[in-house]
Ligand binder design. Structure first.
Ligand SMILES: Nc1ncnc2c1ncn2[C@@H]1O[C@H](COP(=O)(O)OP(=O)(O)OP(=O)(O)O)[C@@H](O)[C@H]1O
Length: 392
């Protein structure tokens, strides 16, 4: 039954629908015994990729295999790959048990397996109920039960947490981790990092059909430079002292503090002390994965001016983000007119040839985060933090 390793290999996968390139040169591997999160905003190409992997859409280029074969070349695919796709339909008048019996017969699976999978997904007591009366969460569980009928080596799930309540999501997390612990493979898509953050061993983050990051979340976290948030009595004097000490990545935050990149809090405190600047508070910022995810994927919506995640998180500078109408830069230490802002670093934008999981790839100019350089105030100018409005 499990005649191979259960390894999923996606190589150079591309799909074009007329003028739309839904998936572009995507490559990643999912190892047996692990859970891989396939993350990206709506329209990033997740469903198209999963459908190509399952043999439901023909790739324009590239390959997607399980156990070294295309899914449609596997002898009895239901026994190797179980899949839950979005918007799965059920016959509303059929009971959960009868629905599963139909699929069990098609996959040549004994009827006894039906009650096993109903128990596995927590639907044993609803076995005799008609699916038409099921909640969205119950339908998701039933879809998962259908995918599990063939006792597959690999599970491919497209947004399985949609419609689940917090208890259902916790249950699903636990289920997927246990499934992987038995040496099986899980590929699960989501548009929400928080939904799968605690479940996955690695992530493939996509935006506009391209890989933005591929590797363990921990490597992504570590690749970020942490910032020191400092509240000085005289921001102007502190920025001058920091610049003098070679620290040029200094940004004002919305709450009036300075965010300093490239130093730890002790260094910043020492510089402030040496410059005679009183400091009312200093704090090393924790790395915010959600903010990184937003930065990696926000370009997809920048052109349309749409932010699918609501307000811009602190520090995020999406591509194409503009100051609000009527905004006038302060004459403080914001970028001077016509001056290029200092370019900060940000990990992995765009997959590079030969990229390994977790390997940071620094981005082209137009994806980079903007910072600030100190400008000495001109005659009569007031010092004070400035920014592009909305950016913290
Ligand atoms: N059959 C199709 N014909 C034309 N365009 C398509 C087709 N299927 C998908 N697309 C387009 O391909 C792009 C990727 O869509 P896809 O559904 O794969 O993204 P997704 O990341 O799964 O998004 P969602 O979470 O909203 O389902 C979108 O621009 C979509 O409109």
């Amino acid at each position: 039954m499990h005649d191979g390793s259960g390894r999923i290999v996606v190589q150079g996968l591309t799909k074009q629908f007329g003028p739309v390139i839904a998936v572009q040169n995507l490559s990643f591997t999912v190892e047996p015994g692990s859970v891989t999160g396939f993350l990206g905003p709506n329209g990033a190409g997740k469903t198209t990729t999963l459908r190509m992997l399952l043999g439901l859409v023909t790739p324009t280029a590239g390959t997607a295999t399980v156990n070294g074969r295309r899914v449609d070349q596997l002898g009895n695919p239901a026994r190797v790959v179980g899949a839950v796709l979005e918007a799965q339909s059920f016959h509303p008048k059929r009971t959960a048990r009868n629905h599963l019996r139909v699929y069990a017969a098609a996959a040549d699976v004994p009827d006894a397996r039906v009650d096993q999978v109903l128990t596995l997904v927590g639907l044993a007591e609803a076995a005799q109920r008609k699916v038409g009366g099921f909640s969205l969460g119950m339908r998701q569980r039933l879809a998962l039960a259908t995918a599990l009928l063939g006792d597959p080596q690999v599970l491919v799930l497209d947004e399985p947490a949609n419609g689940l309540d917090p208890e259902g999501i916790a249950w699903l997390r636990n289920f997927l981790r246990q499934f992987a612990r038995t040496g099986r493979t899980v590929l699960v898509s989501s548009h929400l990092l928080a939904e799968i953050e605690q479940t996955v061993d690695q992530v493939v983050i996509v935006s506009r059909g391209q890989t933005m990051y591929y590797g363990p979340l921990e490597h992504l976290r570590q690749s970020q430079q942490t910032r020191v948030l400092v509240q000085p009595a005289d921001p102007h004097a502190l920025v001058a002292a920091l610049n003098e000490a070679g620290l040029h990545h200094v940004e004002p935050t919305q709450d009036g503090r300075l965010a300093v990149t490239g130093a730890d809090s002790k260094q910043v405190a020492d510089i402030a002390l040496a410059a005679g600047v009183a400091v009312y508070g200093i704090q090393q910022e924790a790395v915010d994965l959600e903010r990184i995810f937003f930065q990696l994927t926000s370009g997809q919506y920048a052109a349309a001016g749409v932010n699918p995640y609501g307000p811009v998180p602190p520090g995020a500078v999406p591509q194409g983000y503009q100051p609000p109408p009527g905004y006038q830069p302060h004459a403080g230490y914001g970028p001077a007119t016509g001056q290029q802002p200092v370019v900060g670093q940000q990990p992995v934008v765009g997959q590079q040839p030969g990229q390994q999981p977790g390997q940071p790839v620094y981005p082209p100019q137009d994806h980079q985060q903007q910072g600030y350089q100190q400008q000495p105030p001109g005659p009569g100018q007031q010092g004070g933090p400035s920014g592009f409005g909305g950016n913290a």
